[in-house]
Design a protein around this ligand. Sequence first.
Ligand code: UTP
Length: 295
Amino acid sequence: MKNRITKAVFPVAGLGTRFLPATKSIPKELLPLVDRPLVQYAVDEAREAGIESFLFVSARGKTAMADYFDKHPSLEQRLATDGKDDLLEKLKNSNIASGDIAYVRQGEPLGLGHAVACARQFVDHDEYFAVILPDDVIKGSPGCLRQMVDAWHERPANYVGTMQVAPENIPSYGILDVESEEGRTIKARGLVEKPNIADAPSNNAVIGRYLLSPKIMQRLVVTNPGFGGEIQLTDAINAEASSPEGVYGYRFDAQRYDCGSMAGFLKATIDFGLNRPELHDDLMNYLRKVVEKAE
Ligand code: UTP
């Protein structure tokens, strides 16, 4: 098995119905947090973790995403001529070099597991790979994926990003059945997708970051539809829990925003805005006024 993880799969073929009508023509992953699309945060986090090859599992109507990562020579030329070096730098940072990025299509949204399986030709039989869901934006230093890759180097295994959630939120997540815990690492006996609160084996929820053995790909192609009639990534990972490598939750040290939901997206917009020195004071004054008015 290779001793580095250099490939990441970004499943972005979902319908994004929670953001309709915006997502009728704009992929959810291109909605901006302040001035950068969600997918840019995901790619930056991946790069920081040592990822060199990026594979997007895309779908009909999402070609704008491929354009986003392309070099834009005429715009770069224009910004250079106008001396707008800061903007030029930002623009160039959003490019992914030809050959480092690839796209496959998921013909129908048959589930996250099916989307990941669409990337199977991209992953060799002797390498672990990362999966990143761009609608989970995770702010941390080092980033969440870097933290997980460091844990993987200490003990190569399947890892899922994990955080504890309130009981009422358990039915929205894949949940870990905990065998044992050591620091930030949780050995899983298994995983269950979106359980009822009463049946849930814990409140450790799976968040959209994964480091997976190539065996997951073989499992996915034979995984039957599960919760919601979709092919679930959770089910294939669950089947690996009894393998020699096993499955671990990694309780990352970072702030996660659920940007797949409207409330999460708005909270992230406020936090990322406040984090920008040039916006902070204006935005904070405005928020104070809004809160005063509401009280
Ligand atoms: P979500 O459950 O958030 O679904 O998918 P969605 O379609 O994006 O959004 P809603 O619920 O309709 O608003 C989680 C991730 O899995 C991907 C999505 O693109 C998202 O990154 N996904 C899901 C696929 O790529 N294909 C699928 O068939 C399902």
